[in-house]
Ligand binder design. Structure first.
Ligand code: NAD
Length: 498
């Protein structure tokens, strides 16, 4: 049974939005030399603010500021002192958590329930966690007895978890003594700019964190800048490959966190109600804009009918609508471009013969919206079973034996995550040993913790973020895969540690 709720919108008055923003370079907001662009609310297409598109000259200015701060201040500072700044940032994030959550939901379209309860608490947790490591780096990793920072990190992030991806990048980099220039995604720049204000409030030395806004060209200028020592990229596999080509032959360290097409595998002995919650969380959390989303459901044939019936019943209760409403389960699709991609691939699913179903659901007239959708009758050859849709669309397949489940789960160019639902611990271990995925969740899905490493196999990228492994990617004898010159030195691969 589903309940009707009166609207319960979170007030947006807590956010003090400026009409326009410059770039954050050397501890100050400065005008960019390039044009400006608009950041809109995907829920109603309202223009939220004008933002600068950083030119190559602006990026150069930011990298110089980061280099100065690196050599003169940050790399010289004892770890215990660096830690104090990270703790301070973490505490300010907590103090300003409501403001950050509201702005994240406004700019990104995700439900306030998620930005408030998942994204922002995890951001603070990442800064707290890495603050704790800053003065213990020599004890963090067995082969880093004399850990040294890499230098200036150029970091490029996507739009699906704007603040959280920023925290995954900035917290370990700073803890290890690096300085950063970070470029947020073009559709979600606003919380990164608010984070810049938090850096000012924390009195972080000028130039340690620099934020340059813009689109692909700005990202390219940053990644290819000759004075950047470390490139950390999260985004699509296509752009990840371009970046890998761009830095090949240089001495830059690289970590790539790319796309995914995870299998969420439900065995007949699984607690089915719990599994259905996990399926819903796996694909509809954050509108399915999740690199590790459980976008391929593999159900054991004997329970297929029952799982499908329960899933449809559960989906009929999902509330789609205003991201700022505290009862909303599914918010807006982040951009018109992404909505178009989701629509196109869903049409391909139908054209290729899969059966499409969505619960009855009224979508707002303005803004970018897509109803939660499942496809049955999907085969492994279907494009919707192979390509990352990055939206609230689930492809359902079946299997008979554990071996068949493993084979189907691994039949993908990606390898970021997987989920296993079963009552048997031995089966979880058996499956986890065979699944080619960086993260395997057992009887849960989409759980994140700063102490736990995260990253991919195959076309999902290389290197790890989170946990002690995440430190290695920012230290001079790090485990991150290096291009050309640096790969001559023997090192352990990040993927092997997952
Ligand atoms: P995208 O690759 O289009 O853009 C990501 C970022 O790269 C943006 O900031 C963009 O401006 C920038 N960019 C674009 N072209 C560039 C270039 N040539 N050089 C440098 N920077 C460039 O991806 P997206 O659509 O923003 O994000 C969605 C993708 O991100 C999905 O594939 C998703 O799976 C992936 N993702 C992966 C993880 C992970 O941890 N593995 C996490 C979140 C998202």
């Amino acid at each position: 049974m589903s309940f009707d709720y009166a609207p319960a919108p979170e007030s947006r008055t807590i956010v003090d939005l400026r009409s326009s923003y410059g770039l954050f370079i050397d501890g100050e907001f400065v005008d960019g030399t390039g044009p400006t662009f608009k950041s809109v609310s995907p829920a109603n297409e309202e223009v939220l603010a004008e933002v600068s598109e950083a030119s190559a000259a602006d990026v150069d200015r930011a990298v110089r500021a980061a280099r100065r701060a690196y050599s003169r201040v940050w790399a010289q500072m004892p770890g215990a002192e660096r830690a104090k700044y990270l703790f301070r940032i973490a505490r300010i994030v907590q103090e300003r958590s409501r403001e950050l959550a509201v702005l994240e939901s406004l700019d990104n379209g995700k439900p306030i329930r998620e930005s408030r309860d998942v994204d922002v608490p995890l951001v603070a947790a990442h800064f707290f966690y890495y603050a704790g490591w800053a003065d213990k780096l020599a004890y963090a990793l067995p082969d880093h007895r004399e850990p040294r920072p890499l230098g200036v990190a150029g970091q490029v992030i996507p739009w699906n978890f704007p603040l959280l991806m920023l925290a995954w990048k900035i917290a370990p980099a700073l803890a290890c003594g690096n300085t950063v220039v970070l470029k947020p995604a073009e559709t979600t720049p606003l919380t990164a700019l608010l984070f810049a204000e938090i850096c000012q409030q924390a009195e972080l030395p000028a130039g340690v964190v620099n934020i340059v806004t813009g689109a692909g060209e700005t990202g390219r200028a940053l990644v290819s800048h000759p004075d950047v020592d470390k490139v950390a990229f999260t985004g699509s596999t296509e752009v990840g490959k371009q970046i890998a080509r761009e830095v090949a032959g240089t001495s830059k360290s690289v970590t790539l966190e790319l796309g995914g097409k995870a299998a969420n595998i439900v065995f007949e002995d699984a607690p089915l109600d719990q599994a259905v919650e996990g399926i819903v969380n796996g694909i509809f959390f954050n509108q399915g804009h999740v690199c590790c989303a459980g976008s391929r459901l593999l159900v054991q044939e004997s329970v297929y009918g029952e799982v499908l019936a329960r899933l449809k019943r559960r989906m009929a209760m999902l509330r789609v609508g205003d991201p700022l409403d505290k009862n909303t389960d599914i918010g807006a699709i982040n951009s018109a471009e992404q909505l178009d991609k989701i629509r196109r691939l869903s049409e391909v699913g139908e054209a290729e013969g899969a059966a499409r179903w969505s619960p009855p659901c009224d979508l707002p007239e303005r803004g970018y919206w897509f109803a939660p959708t499942i496809f049955t009758g999907v085969t492994q050859a279907h494009r919707i079973a192979r390509e990352e849709i990055f939206g609230p669309v689930l492809s359902i397949l079946t299997f008979r034996t554990p071996a068949e489940a493993v084979e189907k789960a691994n039949n993908t160019p990606y390898g970021l995550s997987a989920g296993v639902w079963t009552d048997k611990g031995s089966r979880i271990l058996w499956m986890a040993n065979r699944l080619r995925a960086g993260v395997v969740w057992a009887n849960t899905f989409n759980r994140f913790d700063p102490t736990s490493p995260f990253g991919g196999y195959k076309e999902s990228g290389y290197g790890r973020e989170g946990g002690r492994h995440g430190l290695a990617a920012y230290l001079s004898s790090g485990q991150a895969v290096r291009s050309a010159r640096a790969t001559r030195r023997p090192r352990r691969s990040g993927a092997a540690d997952a």
